[in-house]
Ligand binder design. Structure first.
Ligand code: PGA
Length: 258
């Protein structure tokens, strides 16, 4: 069994279009507290304007930074966009790609996500590729078909030895306070693992869960087979809510090892 293994979990905060001095101070607090926590890699993805500053704040500490999106081209006449190289230059290790808010708000397709993932890897970044069904697709019983399509499309340009992660985020669970049940998460994460295997990707690819993760739900979800960590929105903005989620992931590794 792959992810009940001792592989470190990955917990990533997605600030979305939020963040200022208060959030930077909270992030520094998390960075300090996380120094003693093993078994987990941590990322924080602030708005692009804060990336360089946050990377400097974290220098020498356990948390890495990431972007929330990137352009597929390395440079050029793309007003308002940021390239993967620019994120890397600002200190980023990760980049979130294909988030449902990019898909719905900016019309991003699986082909575009695939091109961005290629660009991210070329720039030395680890893409976190998001997949997830809408409420209507969920209710129509289309979840696995949607996930299969998004995975196959979004990973079309990713190679077997590229470092990347998948984040399963049911759209209906994002920002709604309605966390998916552990049974649903288990089914979808097992399905994602089987799809990754069919595409010849190793079991080291972490499969994160995202969607209203909180301190109250993270312990139970972290114990689900094939949950390799979390992508956290709202709860990543405050140390009091983010730290317990990081600890839940670390604990799951300790249990698997122990
Ligand atoms: P949420 O967001 O934790 O606020 O639901 C998760 C995400 O969109 O990545």
């Amino acid at each position: 069994m792959a992810s009940r293994s001792r592989s470190p979990r990955l917990v990533v905060g997605n600030w979305k279009m939020n963040g200022g001095a208060g959030e930077l101070a909270e992030a520094v607090r998390v960075n300090e507290a996380a120094r003693g926590i093993g078994g987990v890699r941590i990322g924080m993805c602030p708005p692009a304007t804060l990336l360089h500053r946050l990377s400097e704040c974290f220098a020498g500490g356990p948390i890495a930074t990431g972007g929330q999106d990137c352009h597929a081209a390395p440079a050029g006449a793309f007003t308002g966009d940021v390239s993967a190289e620019m994120l890397a230059e600002a200190g980023a290790r990760f980049v979130i790609l294909g988030h449902s808010e990019r898909r719905s708000g900016h019309g991003e397709t699986d082909d575009l996500v695939a091109a961005k993932a290629r660009a991210a890897v070329a720039a030395g970044l680890e893409p976190i590729i998001c997949v997830g069904e809408t409420r209507a697709q969920h209710e129509a019983g289309e979840t696995l078909a949607v996930i299969r399509r998004q995975l196959r499309g979004g990973l079309a340009a990713t190679r077997q030895d590229d470092a990347f992660a998948i984040a399963y985020e049911p759209v209906w669970a994002i920002g709604s306070g309605q966390v998916a049940t552990t049974a649903h998460i288990a089914t979808v994460h097992d399905f994602i693992r089987s799809q990754l295997r069919a595409l010849a990707f190793t079991d080291h690819v972490p499969i994160l869960y995202g969607g209203s993760v909180s301190a109250a739900s993270s312990g139970e979800i972290a114990g689900v087979d094939e949950v390799g960590g979390f992508l956290v929105g709202g709860a990543s903005l405050k140390s009091d809510s983010f730290l317990p989620i990081i600890l839940s992931a670390a604990e799951a590794v300790a249990l698997a090892v122990g």
